[in-house]
Design a protein around this ligand. Structure first.
Ligand code: SF4
Length: 691
């Protein structure tokens, strides 16, 4: 009998490696290899359900393409090397660079795909070993505006309530989020809420799968969020439906808001949304007993990202829809550990738990804990600033788990910037498009090959558990930093497990001191803040007061600003970008899952039916798309899902959306304008595939 040959079969409960929902699942291990996933019904996030990505997340783990040995580039070609040779080279190059050019000559970038423990140890290594704050994570280019904006409004840049708590809402505004595809298991909560009678409003320029769920759809013009929010607030105040008691007791700055929104009675000429329809939604939100706002990258990935986030915070405070069950603000995090990478201090200006590097008392505290004396007293360069600074002043860079050539805006610029570096290290699980530009490539371990934690979008810290061993000579990522620190002879890195790193973090992070591995063993784990041992955690933030120094929420009067680059005579179309349910990030993992690739094997662009007619472009034909930064060819998907003169393209593919996107930055958060740029299109001479 076939099964008789099985020597060992185990279920290992862990966390999905993909989106920020953080679903629990059981990895099925048979004779040392992953063979599938099984539901983990006791996990409260997803109650045993998974989306197509989660259900196939084991498939890439044993791919023959996995990096299994360190590689060193010599004469333009990569050669396999031993760990000692590769790590010695990194240490000597980084030491030489810093001795010649100082601490601002190094850049460190960490992916939100890695565990909390790896984010923490990498930022500690950068700060302790090289005295640099040039460390950042890729939340910068998805929810950077959330961290900055909600911090200014509420004193904390995080989701206020839990996913399950959406079932207590009687009115849900989904703003700039295609939740059904991008965060499917939160989408399930919306379906459940609807079944209970909750009103669902979707605000999106595109008829996405999420719009199908909506009771009301506001088809907003791309990137006009602040104008829409201001107008909603205008009508709420005009009709006296704002929560005066909440405003008086819990907030400040209301007069500033009131003054600004006076000019926003009619914004249809900006937003495209008829005023009557906007008023209906505004009234519904204000009159609801408990109303929630869910938002995502449609709101944040703009040069106005922070303005937009603060506008949504204004709206929620105006109606007192914050700090109680069913009423909250939900930034949906993209990657599995976006929340955690930020919490761990992989940022150029904060340590773990959002403790500011610029405060002398905070530096002293970290110096004492880490046993060093001169932590940097300057703000480091952000992710995108580091790309701009390649060559001068940044000479050497260390990239952990990121693929900037595909995921950062203006791919051609990213490539030419990386080429200016004297030395580039990439640590990853596959040979990504960015690896080509590396001098040393280190093979890391994937989620199924290590212990640790991911923090999901609702601030719940979920355990990640080792099920199988990494391939070949690949190593667990935090172990690589332990080895590097040892080679440099620096102390404070003598860790033997992920838990020891976590405990090192807990000791310096008051908001997480009570989050022990013991408490995180439970399927429900705990939500930070959890300041003391035995604390139950905090599923709902801002109940009695906000996290600001004076405990008050802060209104800000914010005027609408258009995007940095709008359509004109030469570039007549607006390009929006986004996700599809079958892929994750730059497809290094999902591109190796046959089922997912079968569904969406290649790049395409959605083009409005009338525009296609005008340009004589048929569905499935190849078209050329050109922006001020580059040019690509792709397949036209002719549809009424996008409005006229607007295109939508998935962001996952190489030589795709980010060849075209704009590097203009949000001045407050450093977020590039990934969701909006002007493009020209024309029919290509090349024939596309038969669809
Ligand atoms: Fe994984 Fe997100 Fe899908 Fe859950 S919703 S299974 S976390 S990709």
């Amino acid at each position: 009998m076939k099964d008789a040959k099985i020597q060992e079969m185990r279920y290992v409960p862990t966390t999905c490696p993909y989106c920020g929902v953080g679903c629990g699942l059981n990895l099925v291990v048979i004779d040392g290899k992953l063979r599938g996933v099984e539901p983990w019904r006791r996990n409260p996030v997803n109650e045993g359900k998974l989306c197509p990505k989660g259900a196939t997340c084991w498939q890439f783990v044993h791919s023959p393409d996995r990096l299994a040995k360190p590689l060193i580039k010599k004469d333009g070609l990569f050669h396999e090397a031993g760990w000692d040779e590769a790590l010695d080279l990194i240490v000597s190059k980084f030491k030489d660079t810093i001795e010649s050019y100082g601490p601002k000559s190094l850049g460190f970038q960490v992916s939100c795909r890695t565990t909390n423990e790896e984010c923490y140890i990498m930022q500690k290594w950068a700060r302790v070993a090289f005295k640099t704050n040039n460390i950042d994570n890729c939340a910068r280019i998805c929810h950077g505006p959330t961290v900055v904006g909600l911090n200014m409004s509420f004193g904390s840049g995080a989701m206020t309530n839990t996913f399950e708590d959406l079932l207590n809402s009687d009115f849900i505004l989904i703003w700039g989020s295609n939740i059904i595809e991008a965060h499917p298991l939160v989408g399930r909560r919306i379906v459940q809420a609807k079944e209970k009678g909750t009103q669902v409003i979707v605000i999106d320029p595109r008829f996405s799968p999420t719009v199908r769920l909506a009771d009301t759809w506001l088809r907003i013009n791309p990137s006009t969020h602040t104008a829409l929010a201001n107008s909603m607030m205008y009508w709420i105040i005009k009709e006296g439906k704002h929560d005066k008691e909440f405003i008086n007791k819990r907030t400040k700055g209301f007069k500033d808001l009131e003054k600004t929104i006076r000019n926003y009675a009619d914004v249809e000429f900006i937003t495209g949304v008829p005023t009557e329809k906007l008023r209906e939604v505004a009234t519904g939100y204000a009159e609801a007993k408990n109303a929630a706002i869910i938002y995502c990258l449609g709101v944040t990935e703009l040069t106005t990202g922070t303005d937009n986030v603060q506008s949504l915070a204004n709206l929620s405070m105006l109606c007192g829809n914050i700090g109680r069950p069913g009423a909250g603000l939900y930034p949906l995090r993209g990657q599995n550990n976006v929340q955690g990478a930020c919490d761990m201090g992989a940022f150029p200006d904060i340590y773990s738990g959002y403790q500011e590097c610029m405060l002398p008392e905070m530096r002293k505290k970290m110096e004492d804990a880490w046993g060093v004396h001169d932590l940097p007293d300057w703000n480091g360069a952000t992710l995108t600033e580091q790309i701009t600074q390649c060559g001068d002043p940044i000479r050497a860079m260390y990239i952990l788990g990121l693929n900037p050539v595909v995921s950062y805006p203006d791919s051609n610029n990213v490539i030419s910037s990386l080429e200016k570096l004297d030395f580039l290290v990439v640590q990853d699980i596959f040979f990504s498009e960015t690896c080509k530009y590396a001098d040393v490539i280190l093979p890391g371990a994937c989620f199924a090959e290590k212990d640790g934690t991911f923090t999901n979008g609702e601030r719940r810290m979920n355990r990640v558990r080792k099920a199988v061993s990494p391939p070949g000579d690949a190593k667990v990522d935090w172990e690589i930093f332990v080895l590097l620190a040892k080679k440099m002879g620096i102390s404070g890195f003598e860790f033997n497990s992920a838990e020891e790193i976590w405990n090192d973090m807990r000791l310096v992070t008051p908001s997480m001191f009570g989050c022990t591995y013991e408490i995180m063993e439970k399927p429900e784990s705990v939500h930070w803040p959890c300041p003391t041992i035995g604390h139950p955690g905090t599923p709902i933030l801002h109940k009695e007061k906000f996290a600001t120094p004076d405990g008050l929420g802060t209104f800000a009067g914010i005027d609408y600003r258009p995007p940095a680059e709008v359509a004109d005579e030469e570039y007549k179309y607006t390009l929006m970008t986004g996700r599809v349910i079958f892929h994750y990030h730059t497809r290094t993992q999902t591109g190796r899952c046959s089922i997912l690739n079968y569904e969406v094997p290649s790049l395409y662009v959605q083009l409005n039916t009338e525009d296609a007619k005008e340009l004589k472009i048929k569905n499935g034909e190849t078209i050329k798309i050109r922006s001020r930064r580059g040019e690509i060819e792709t397949i036209a998907n002719v549809t009424d899902a996008v409005p006229r003169k607007v295109l939508f393209m998935p962001m996952h593919f190489d030589k795709g959306a980010n060849t075209l996107t704009n590097t203009a930055l949000d001045p407050l958060s450093g977020m590039p304008e990934l969701k909006h740029c002007a493009v020209a299109i024309e029919k290509s001479q090349r024939k596309g595939p038969d669809l």
